[in-house]
Design a protein around this ligand. Sequence first.
Ligand code: CDP
Length: 238
Amino acid sequence: MNKGELLYEGKAKRLYTSDKKEELIAEFKDDLTAFNAQKKSQEVGKGGLNCLISTHLFGLLEKAGIKTHLIEKIDETHQRVKRVEIIPIEVIVRNIATGSLSRRLGIQDGLVLPFTLVEFCYKSDELDDPIICDQHGLIMKLATQNEMDTLKALAREINEVLRPFFAQRRLNLVDFKVEFGRGENGEILLADEISPDSCRFWDMDSGEKLDKDRFRQDLGGVKVAYEEVLKRIEGAIL
Ligand code: CDP
């Protein structure tokens, strides 16, 4: 696959140059982190599961007309992706209240929101990814108003594809985080990953959590839960 120089190492992935200037190679790691990396662990096979899950979901979104950075899955833990300039805004989409939304505002955990909520957070480990509004984004020159409007519209479109897809598999897509980048000519592409590391999935029948909350909350069975999400994505409803 001609993995070149290590360009960037994040909490869950490494990015390498490739033999083409406009393409990079992403490697999914087995590392698990939570609470801005204050809690760390490893789960052998997690990187491979997330690589498969994210490849599948990006493919689904591409089919629905959403442009992504993904070119192809290379092997168990690697993807070939388009080089993009990441917009330092984490876009959080919520269908059901939980996590920081419930903690910050006292909204009841598990409340089905009357409409899908889209929030922006500034991607900054030093500042702990604080929530921001459009005006902060403009003042800090993170993105233009046009771009922020596009991010919100794309985040809603992604939810419109993924929420029914998971509902058919008896999983509630509670919330998720997506990141976008600027590709050639400033075109906005979905980047990063969509996996149980960045989404919350609750089983519709048992309420069981099948995502990184199993690690955050020391519930155990992290890998089994991720495997279950993959099985459901591949169509096997247990
Ligand atoms: O409760 P917590 O602070 O972990 O996060 P949240 O704001 O409730 O997260 C909403 C959704 O975005 C969850 O599915 C998280 O897994 C995801 N998220 C993420 O993937 N990365 C972040 N830095 C923050 C949130």
